[in-house]
Design a protein around this ligand. Structure first.
Ligand SMILES: [Cu+2]
Length: 282
């Protein structure tokens, strides 16, 4: 089998997986379950993301979008949360280990834009933002980048408790929902720096349903940073630890099977626990 054929097969598998995700789980991921059923069968209008160049992104074309309020009006006023007005997380839908966390810029008319370093694939974006006067929002949209995938290694469904990124070794110790990460380089502890107003950021994406969680660490202690995670649903989660050393941000990726007691909330949570840095949203 030629490399090209292999790549094509990988791409087809990714495509099939993404369609299964889109149609099989889209309903679950797209709507927050309502705790108190209302008379109306229609969901209340909410904030949304509108992609401005369609849902197919070609050749490193910038991603451009607007945030619309429940009436469909473009939002131009946002509160700063963790030093940014909007945090954009992008994952590959079939393999959430493929991940970007960027901070798009907004033009005065409310057009957000950013470049992404993605290859061909099927993606979900999470715009983590707080329109002024509204609650914090995690808004999602899907897009794809056409072409032949370079071919990711097979998805490793075994839980991992170590990760290596850019020469840094990161070890995870989980005690219930308390997750502690320790970062070393060449066997020696490093000094973690605050990143975007926290000791570290932890983004979790549940495979299949693509639930989202974002936790902020307490201030890092030397080379150790701790989180309390609160996933809404049991399942296989991909965790991305964003940490900063010597002015550079790194992403350590873990796969964890997380069991949650009782019925899940359905959507994961944006949580902000034990945050010891001062923030303007408090
Ligand atoms: Cu961010």
């Amino acid at each position: 089998m030629t490399q090209l054929m292999r790549n094509r097969i990988v791409f087809i598998l990714v495509a099939v997986g993404a369609f299964v995700l889109a149609f099989g789980f889209g309903q679950v991921a797209g709507h927050k379950k309502d705790a108190t059923p209302k008379d109306s069968s229609k969901p209340a209008p909410t904030y949304s993301v509108k992609l401005l160049d369609g849902d197919v992104l070609k050749d490193k074309q910038p991603l451009r979008f607007e945030v619309l309020d429940p009436k469909g009006k473009v939002v131009t006023e946002f509160d700063t949360v963790h030093e940014k007005k909007l945090h954009l997380i992008v994952v590959e839908k079939g393999d959430p280990r493929v991940y970007e966390h960027v901070h798009p810029t907004m033009a005065s008319d409310g057009t957000w834009s950013t470049t992404l370093e993605l290859g061909p694939g099927f993606y979900r974006l999470y715009a983590d933002t707080k329109p002024s006067g509204a609650d914090g929002q995690v808004l999602t949209a899907d897009f794809s980048e056409p072409g032949i995938s370079a071919g990711m290694p097979a998805f490793n469904v075994r839980a991992t408790d170590t990760a290596t990124v850019d020469g840094y070794d990161v070890a995870l110790k989980a005690d219930g929902m308390a997750y502690t990460f320790t970062v070393t380089k060449d066997g020696k502890p490093v000094t973690l720096q605050p990143y975007l107003g926290a000791g570290g950021h932890l983004v979790g994406i549940r495979t299949e349903s693509l639930d989202y969680l974002h936790a902020h660490a307490m201030a890092a202690q030397g080379n150790t940073v701790g989180f309390h995670v609160a996933p809404g649903n049991s399942g296989l989660w991909v965790l991305h630890l964003d940490f900063q050393v010597d002015g550079k941000v790194h992403d350590a990726t873990f796969v964890r099977r997380i069991e949650v007691d009782g019925p899940g909330s359905g959507m994961g949570e944006h949580m902000d626990m034990g945050d010891m840095e001062g923030h303007d949203h408090h």
